[in-house]
Design a protein around this ligand. Structure first.
Ligand SMILES: [Mg+2]
Length: 262
């Protein structure tokens, strides 16, 4: 079948730690040679899409700044649209704080003043953060998370706790689920991707290493899903997954087998 667009995950799909996944460059070249419009979408909230475009450039993959979206960008845009005047109390990384500040989002460290509590990945997450969240979240407060990734691949097969772990800890202490978790597979992340990708979902591929985020979003949108086994998921995980990939390949280097199929 002919594909017009592809959404491609970054961590575990294009790179792992600071290194390219073997075959990543060849796979991206192959997609481009087939005339497929590419959009990169990362659930990492700590930097803007434009910053990830630079990282890709450093790794030898030339991508325009507006062709990369991060959970940071999706979150910042969502707050701008839905909560432009609301002070946000962030439990998250300084990199996300910078993005919010750059977007002129009001920020506060005072739990009394917070209208939004935003939980996200931070290596400094501790007991005090749970106390702050408990104080800040009442019936009037909006509770949001940046992305549901429970773990991230840190390279060498190691996984570290991600935003999902922090969001669930905060949800546990405030005894409430977040109103929205903005990265993949959320409708907000899908909408942000579709705004930038001209192709209709039925003509798009989604390529990623996670069943519960990348592939779940693509499946719901009616895209052709491609699981790469170069990141968080191995064949054993497939057995008990409610999400069934249309295609499973070792890494992005094998994408030709998907686009050449009838
Ligand atoms: Mg990934």
């Amino acid at each position: 079948m002919e594909y017009a667009g592809a959404i491609i995950d970054l961590d575990g799909t294009v790179y792992r730690g600071g290194d390219l996944v073997p075959g990543a460059t060849a796979g991206i070249d192959r997609l481009r040679a087939a005339g497929i419009e590419l959009l990169f979408l990362s659930n990492n909230p700590t930097r803007t899409g434009a910053a990830y475009a630079e990282t890709l450039g450093d790794l030898g993959i030339d991508v325009a700044a507006d062709r990369v979206l991060s959970a940071g960008t999706v979150t910042t845009d969502f707050l701008r649209d839905e909560h432009p005047e609301d002070p946000v109390l962030l439990i998250g990384d300084p990199g996300l704080r910078e993005q919010l500040a750059a977007a002129d989002q009001p920020l506060t460290d005072d739990p009394e003043e917070a209208d939004v509590v935003l939980a996200s990945w931070t290596m400094d997450f501790d007991y005090d953060d749970m106390r702050t969240a408990l104080e800040a979240v009442d019936d009037e407060t909006t509770f949001l998370g940046t992305d549901p990734d429970r773990t991230w691949p840190a390279g060498d097969g190691e996984h570290i706790p991600g935003s999902g772990a922090v969001i669930r800890a905060v949800a546990g202490v405030v005894d409430r689920e977040p109103e929205a978790v903005l990265g993949k597979p959320s409708p907000q992340a899908l909408g942000a991707a579709q705004e930038r990708l001209a192709a209709p979902p039925g003509d798009c591929l989604i390529v990623g290493d996670r069943l519960d985020t990348d592939l779940a979003m693509g499946q719901r949108a009616g895209m052709t899903t491609v699981l790469v086994l170069s990141g968080s998921t191995d064949r054993a995980d497939l057995a008990d997954s409610p999400v069934e990939p249309d295609n499973v390949i070792a890494d992005l280097g094998e994408i030709g087998t998907v686009i050449d199929r009838d």
